[in-house]
Design a protein around this ligand. Structure first.
Ligand code: TXA
Ligand code: MG
Length: 360
């Protein structure tokens, strides 16, 4: 840290407050001086440092307890800056994706030599993104540096989607925490690599796979998105090999027909010591241990509330196990929900249809 203690700065999400720009200018100055600033984005809160300052970047890894071989995303105020740090001209498809920015989308391309090795964990590619969130973009613009930022959680924990989550994990570690309200997507950006002939989806997120295919044509999905890596198997994106998004309570996922899922969740709830994450109306009981995440037909609420729900469960006394349902398919945002929840649950899934068939 470069400040003596963590400063929390509240700004309006649309920067309409009188002092909002002044506050961001202060935070931007902290970034320029080598400090750590946590800031809101449309996906999750990020923990930022000047990407060109090696010492500052290294302090991100210390603050999070993050493995050194897991590279960071470089955040920019404008897509036109991407060419400064990546060999954009080497990727035919880059222009198509750059035209979509700002967006909850991160593009991996061959890096230029001005990006320090600690940002990319020694890889010859760099991940870059232009956040949609106006607070994030203004902060980056005022700092006039590229901002390396992972999610602002302690490594392994659910990503932070509110300033309270960040305060919980980063008090005394970040110089500044900017409170700009709740993140509306609620889960991290889509990461796509343009380093090979066929674009490769490394992490699903707010920018859907279907949308990527519309823009790019063929897009491969990395095997690690929906399945567990085998012992010794090397992931295309280093982040995928780590335990992720896990609350302290054990998470179990439930899939199957609506009636069976509801029946199983109710059974588990009645056992006690159990938290439930389900859709509105799945269990008609009011209890803080039952957190609802919208409707089956619109999983954007699930995405938005997912990490918050996992963190809330840990705060409820006595919850040792969380049963969460999985979306009915992996279309749209549901692919990202699947990807995160499978990791939170260490790939533990119960098929409610099978469960009741066996019991007959
Ligand atoms: O929405 C987001 O992307 C948030 C906000 C703060 O912008 N950031 C975020 O960063 O989620 P992080 O560090 O938690 O996740 C970055 C992911 C990791 O899985 C990492 O392995 C991958 O991006 N990544 C970064 N650089 C890469 C590279 N050069 N090649 C392959 N994967 C890379
Ligand atoms: Mg993260």
């Amino acid at each position: 840290m470069i400040l003596e203690e963590t400063k929390i700065l509240r700004v309006n999400p649309d920067l309409s407050g009188e002092d909002d720009i002044k506050k961001l200018a202060f935070a931007a100055d902290v970034l320029k001086k080598g400090g750590l600033v946590a800031f809101p984005t449309e996906t999750v809160y990020g923990l930022g440092a000047n990407a060109l300052d090696e010492k500052a970047v290294k302090s991100i890894f210390t603050a999070k307890g993050r493995a050194q071989d897991n590279p960071l995303i470089v955040h920019l105020a404008s897509a036109s800056d991407m060419n400064k740090y990546a060999k954009v001209d080497m990727c035919e498809k880059a222009q198509l994706l750059m035209a979509q920015m700002p967006a909850p989308l991160t593009v991996v391309m061959p890096k230029r030599s001005n990006i320090p090795e600690c940002v990319t964990a020694g890889l010859d590619s760099v991940a870059q993104r232009v956040p949609q969130n106006v607070v994030a973009r203004k902060l980056i613009e005022l700092s006039s540096v590229p901002v390396a930022a992972p999610s602002a959680n302690i490594s392994g924990k659910p990503s932070p989607t509110t300033a309270e989550h960040v305060i919980c994990d980063m008090m005394g570690k970040a110089d500044v925490i900017i409170d700009g309200g709740m993140c509306n997507v609620g889960l991290e950006s889509t990461v796509v690599s343009l380093c090979k002939q066929v674009p490769l989806l490394l992490r699903p997120g707010g920018f859907t796979y279907e949308r990527l295919c519309e823009i790019l044509g063929e897009v491969e999905i990395s095997q690690a998105v929906l399945s567990q890596l085998k012992e010794g198997q090397k992931p295309e994106s280093p982040g995928m090999k780590y335990k992720h998004y896990a609350p302290d309570a054990k998470v179990m996922l439930v899939k199957g027909k609506k009636e069976n899922v509801s029946k199983l969740l109710l059974e588990k709830y009645l056992e006690g010591n159990t938290g439930i994450i389900c859709y509105d109306g799945d269990i008609e009981i009011y209890d803080e241990k039952i957190i609802t995440v919208g409707t089956r037909s619109d999983n954007s609420t699930y995405a938005e509330k997912m990490f918050d729900a996992l963190r809330k469960m840990d705060k409820i006394q006595g919850v040792q196990c969380i049963f969460a349902l999985l979306p009915e398919d992996t279309k749209g945002i549901s692919l990202a929900i699947y990807n995160r929840m499978l990791r939170a649950a260490a790939f533990c899934v119960i098929d409610a249809d099978e469960y009741f068939k066996k019991g007959e």
